[in-house]
Design a protein around this ligand. Structure first.
Ligand code: 5AD
Ligand code: SF4
Length: 452
């Protein structure tokens, strides 16, 4: 365990870091914050492991597949570490929190295991390994993550993710997050607002607020603070154009919040609110705390107040006991709601969760089939919905040159559609109007009409 060791030695001979991130947006932001800290200590980021003095993996535990990938990457570093024992290899994030000490046993060439709430002390941990040659295990769960953000370091100058709460108290039966991310802790409104203001004064136009269960924001802060209060405060930040927030939980999102956001002009008309299944029996075993009917009513209410809002969802197929009839209910929910996009996952048992006590009785072949069917259905719906956009004018925050064609530019609408259009470098970071001419299931293609 890391404790009160003196880390005043500012030896700078370890200078290059290779950093790879797996998993969710929160992990990507933690990576960004960690790299910001390391850059301040003089580290240079490299994109090849054999150029690095320090190799770090920020890991995900949500499904077995994500863990297998990290272990395979770690295994592949054995030879490099034998040739260069001075290179530091570290595992950060959810898998580090979950497997802890066991990672050193399975992969003895790993030097650092740093959990989800300790990464703000990365520079000192690396120094300790360097100076004392010892392993460092840092998985204290009670830490409040407090990272002073290096506002200059973010992958996209005009957009930023901001963590407003960490952890989750929901304990959905399949989910490892509450065990690896700990209990819910919210940052204060003042703290978040200060960070957003500082990002905006550095050119940021759009913020996406992150929380595993963001509708619980404010719990524990006292004074009945809610996500609505935070959004209202941020709506007043001058120079900020757009606010997004993820991830919403159907049982925790309040009608009050929906009413509030319907009045806040900077909050984008996009809701990522995972349904997970369309079957009440499955939802009950998942411990989600709502029925498919409740979910449908919630979407109807939201669309009544915010007519052009788009909704995205996650679904798990092959949850224990999921019958063909259950699956068909999910298909119907998808057909009826017509999500803008969906993430679909095959159920993966996670040791320690409630669902892991149930028999994983849906054969992998069936999970695969159901996964493919939902992906196909969503693709069709996305294409049909996008086709309705042809001829319409949409407002786009320009993000940069398009990946597939550097002569074209891309950005997003408030409803989170990706738009590719003719443009020029000076439009990056600006709001522009684009008329849509052509679409695929993933992208709208159009022509610039004006720059706001
Ligand atoms: N197996 C498969 N998918 C899972 N998710 C969470 N836990 C599991 C699991 N054990 C999915 C849920 C969640 C998304 C982030 O990952 O759909 O919304
Ligand atoms: Fe996991 Fe449920 Fe919490 Fe989301 S709300 S992080 S699915 S336990």
């Amino acid at each position: 365990m890391i404790n009160s060791v003196d880390f005043t030695n500012k030896d700078q001979s370890y200078k290059t870091v290779f950093f790879e991130t797996f998993g969710c947006q929160m992990n990507k932001l933690d990576a960004e914050l960690s790299l910001g800290l390391l850059q301040e200590e003089g580290y240079k980021i490299v994109d090849k492991v054999d150029e690095a003095d320090v190799i770090l993996f920020n890991t995900c535990s949500v499904r077995q597949h994500a863990e297998d990938k990290v272990y395979s990457h770690l295994g592949a570093l054995k030879t490099l570490k034998k040739r260069h024992p001075e290179v530091i290899v570290g595992v950060l994030g959810c898998m580090a929190q979950k497997d802890g000490e066991a990672i050193f046993k399975r992969m003895p060439h790993v030097d650092l295991v740093c959990g989800t709430r300790m990464f703000s002390r990365l520079p000192e941990m690396l120094l300790k390994i360097r100076n004392h040659g010892s392993h460092v295990l840092a998985i204290d769960e009670d830490q409040i993550v407090n990272v002073k953000r290096a506002v200059t370091y973010r992958p996209n100058f005009y957009q930023a993710f901001v963590t407003v709460m960490r952890g989750c108290d929901n304990y959905c039966s399949y989910c490892i997050v509450p065990y690896v991310r700990g209990r819910e802790i919210s940052r204060t409104i003042a703290d978040v607002k200060e960070e957003v203001q500082s990002l905006v004064s550095n050119g940021c136009k759009e913020v996406t607020l992150l929380g595993q269960n963001i509708n619980s924001y404010g719990k524990g802060l006292g004074g009945n603070v809610t996500l609505g209060d935070l959004l209202s405060e941020l709506n007043d930040v001058e120079g900020l154009d757009r606010i997004r927030f993820v991830t919403s939980h159907p049982a925790d999102i309040s009608h009050d919040l929906i009413r509030t956001i319907s009045h806040l002009e900077k909050v984008c008309e996009y809701l990522h609110m995972p349904a997970q299944s369309g079957s009440d029996e499955v939802l009950k075993r998942m411990r989600r705390g709502y029925t498919a009917g409740y979910y449908r009513d919630l979407i109807s209410y939201t669309r009544e107040l915010i007519s052009h809002i788009t909704v995205a969802s996650d679904f798990i197929v092959g949850f224990p006991g999921e019958t063909e009839e259950d699956f068909q209910k999910t298909v119907r929910l998808m057909e009826d709601i017509r999500f803008q996009n969906c993430f679909i996952f095959k159920y993966s048992p996670r040791t320690g969760t409630k669902a892991a006590e149930l028999k994983d009785d849906v054969p992998d072949e069936i999970k695969r089939e159901r996964n493919i069917k939902l992906l196909g259905l969503q693709k069709r719906i996305s294409l049909e919905e996008n086709t309705k956009m042809i001829g319409k004018e949409v407002d786009v925050l320009v993000e940069g040159a398009s990946k597939s064609d550097p002569n074209r530019f891309s950005g997003r609408t408030r409803q989170n559609h990706i738009v590719v259009f003719n443009g020029s470098q000076e439009l990056v970071g600006k709001l522009v109007d684009v008329v849509v001419h052509e679409v695929t299931d993933l992208t709208l293609f159009g022509k610039l009409t004006s720059c706001i």
